[in-house]
Design a protein around this ligand. Sequence first.
Ligand code: NIG
Ligand code: FE
Length: 418
Amino acid sequence: MQTLFKDIKGLVGCYKTSPPYLAGSDMKQFPVHENAWMTVEGKKITGFGPMSECPKCDGETVVCSGRYILPSWCDSHSHLVYADDRAGEFLDRLRGLTYEEIAAKGGGILNSARALQKLPEDVLFDMSLDRLLDVIKLGVGALEIKSGYGLTLKAERKMLRVIKRLKSVSPIPLKSTFLGCHAVPAEFDNSSDYTTHVIEDMLPEFVSEGLVDYVDVFCETGYFSLADTQRIIEAATKLGIKSKVHVNQFNILGGVELCVNGNSLSVDHLEVISDADIAALKTTLSKDRNHPTFPVALPLCSHFLGLPYTPGRQLVDAGLPLVLATDHNPGTSPSGDMTEVVRLGSLKMGLEPIEAIAAATLNGAAAMALSDSVGTLSLGKRANFILTREMSGLEEIPYRFNDVVVEKVYVNGEVWLG
Ligand code: NIG
Ligand code: FE
């Protein structure tokens, strides 16, 4: 059956043929068709145009006066599968401990791992499915999910199996990232020995079981070194798996250049970044690479931990294809709200609303290799989109920073009632 959406105030990110991603000044050109219509048939977008040429429709008609239609958010960085929240640690932080100090006391990721190791797979699946349904309600139309709170072969497999089961029931596309090297478990003397275990015992098995779309490493002082990171990237590359890597959250170790040389799909966090890092990322826009290395900013993490914000304005001005994502996890970003991410993109990173939207939709899809099917409103793409409340302009998203933006969510062409 056909559905016609008419009198749309602005149809955002709408193309006959979508580009794979947008970089630099092109991000401001993410199209907004004013006073438009769009049709959906089955699960796909089938047409759009100006109201002056609005077709007749024999199916349902939805009048969208005063409202925008946006492509659904594409959240390319989440740790949505976890056991417990860490509200207790949050209190420690309010009393003066830093994220690093809490981790050094055995809190942080190791705390999440202890809780997850004890949990039966079915319980973990049910909790994770609830969270997935919650973020779909917030307008997420494609999502990456990482392991990394298992830290043993058994518990990492449990996490990855949960992600695979989520994929089988999810109405939106999901990608699975194996983050075995998230923290060094107490049983190991050093990061290098644990990395060897991850590379030799976990990675090949999980890949052969069809559990891994990408690998990740937390490349950071006190976690995994440059050498560990390089070994993971190389081992994954040999198995045909690309990397999406946590780098430059607290310290600049040279991880960005390493990931660029290792053809990583994305480098995520970048709260601290050097000119050399930016120059390295620029080289990945060259035509002989089949994709750039996408810089992914996670402003909810900066907000929650009081860290510097990734200099998004500077990255876009340098011509890079900036991505915005949530980092949804119990320690540094207990939220999967992409609208909030987009707001912080403008309020704290200096992005124009349309740039922040492009970073959170098309570029997010590209950072999961999903831009063929989601990320823009294009002919033949999945009809995953957001109908906003009435707004005078997209700048109201950050300007009215407490107002609800998402009025209705459509998934595969149908209103998501969740
Ligand atoms: O992306 N920094 C590494 N990993 C997560 C946080 C993990 C945690 O504290 O549970 C992040 O911020
Ligand atoms: Fe993360």
